[in-house]
Design a protein around this ligand. Structure first.
Ligand SMILES: [Fe+2]
Length: 244
């Protein structure tokens, strides 16, 4: 029998209504929160999409604030964050604090979906880290071919100080599972999120994935992923060599 002794943190969610392609309205958001609560999720970071080419940071933050106001008496603690798409337009701002996870220095960062990876891309991420003193949490690492198929590139990002986030779906999906578990065991994956958007296709699924991790490679790795999530929301280091 699997025993889930810890209460979970979901680092990547689209619970907030009326802001992106996540929850359609407050009713759906409530259902998502209830679903999370049933899975023992204690804290969820709300990470609506922020595309600097489509929206200003000020407008995004105001919209996010309004979206929070639609949710009353949440059984899960909801923290602010964003899923920010990398773009040179980010440099128009003097700081990115407001879009980081829970006002820490961790920023959930979505990378452009190019087929190729170059040192120039790496330099861009390094520049972002240096200019804003932020720590990128690379969103859903399994979505980028240049990362998923190439461990060297994952290592390059980790060596820079980036944090690697995987979606629970990559564990649940039998086609991705073997690689996903391998990366967790090798320390190439730091944290897991549901990236939930709704209650149909992309529902909250963290427990389902943790149960598989516990069964396949052991509870040690569940604890490790959860400890890392806790460190991120509290603004603490997750690696000795990482920036913080
Ligand atoms: Fe997302």
């Amino acid at each position: 029998m699997l025993i889930m002794v810890y209460r979970m943190i979901d680092i990547h969610t689209h619970i907030l209504p009326h802001i992106d392609d996540g929850a359609e309205d407050a009713k759906e958001a409530k259902k998502m929160i209830d679903c999370m609560q049933m899975q023992q999720v204690r804290i969820a970071v709300c990470t609506p999409h922020f595309d600097p080419a489509r929206n200003s940071m000020e407008k995004f933050v105001a919209k996010r604030e309004k979206a929070f106001s639609y949710i009353n008496n949440s059984a899960v603690v909801l923290l602010p964050g964003s899923e920010t798409l990398y773009h040179d337009l980010l440099y128009q701002y003097s700081e990115l604090d407001q879009i980081c996870i829970n006002n820490t220095r961790y920023l959930l960062l979505e990378l452009p979906y190019s087929k190729h990876w170059s040192d120039r891309d790496l330099e861009c991420i390094e520049k972002l880290m240096n200019v804003f003193r932020i720590i990128p949490v690379i969103a859903h690492m399994e979505r980028y071919c240049f990362l998923w198929k190439n461990k060297k590139n994952i290592r390059k990002l980790i060596n820079l100080g980036c944090v690697m986030q995987i979606n629970a779906k990559a564990i649940i999906d039998s086609k991705l599972r073997k690689t996903a578990l391998h990366y967790i065991e090798e320390g190439l994956t730091d944290v897991m999120g549901s990236d939930c958007h709704d209650m149909s296709q992309r529902y909250p699924n963290l427990k389902e994935a943790f149960d598989i991790i516990e069964r396949e490679i052991g509870i040690y790795y569940c604890d490790l992923l959860q400890q890392n999530a806790a460190s991120i929301i509290n603004g603490k280091k997750i690696r000795n060599d990482g920036l913080c």
